[in-house]
Design a protein around this ligand. Structure first.
Ligand code: DAT
Ligand code: MG
Length: 149
């Protein structure tokens, strides 16, 4: 089973879309194995977005991601990383397909509602940041055999 780290970003929290974001991923068939409400500080933002430190948009990105509470979630399932990215839509909401979270609910790249890990190795690294020292429960659902082959 693959895992992915999802963030419900501050704009989605402010707009009351946390349930909508989590619900779309849950309905896709992914299983929730971690869930936290927290506020990101600058150090955590720099760790999470290490690949973007120094880029032109980085300061705005830090301001945005630290601007209010977020939800960090771990979803698990077959192809969880790719499935979540597809359900989210591409980075720029105006380029994201209708039917995706960003394509349906967003307009601006700096207000794109949701984060999802871009590959399984990133997911493990990011889960280590947001769930450091926390044991994630191992569980199965009765419905799993109707979702996972
Ligand atoms: P994603 O969140 O789709 O994985 P990313 O990892 O390339 O995208 O970038 C992280 C976040 O940084 C992204 O969600 C929004 C912001 N961002 C990326 N490229 C940007 C740009 N050219 N201008 C402004 N913000 C940008
Ligand atoms: Mg990314």
């Amino acid at each position: 089973m693959e895992r992915t780290l999802i963030l419900v970003k501050p704009d989605a929290m402010q707009r009351g879309l946390a349930g909508e974001v989590l619900s779309r991923l849950e309905r896709r068939g992914l299983r929730i194995v971690g869930l936290r409400l927290l506020q990101v500080d600058r150090a955590m933002a720099e760790r999470h977005y290490a690949e973007h430190v120094g880029k032109g948009f980085f300061e705005g990105l830090v301001e945005y991601i630290t601007s209010g509470p977020i939800i960090a979630a771990v979803f698990e399932g077959s192809n969880a990383v790719a499935a979540a990215r597809q359900t989210m839509g591409v980075t720029r909401p105006t380029e994201a397909a209708p039917g995706t979270i960003r394509g349906d609910l967003g307009l601006e790249v700096g207000r794109n509602l949701v984060h999802g890990s871009d590959k399984p190795e990133s997911a493990e690294r990011e889960i280590g940041i947001f769930f450091e020292g926390m044991a994630l429960p191992t569980w199965t659902r009765d419905v799993d055999r109707w979702v996972f082959e």
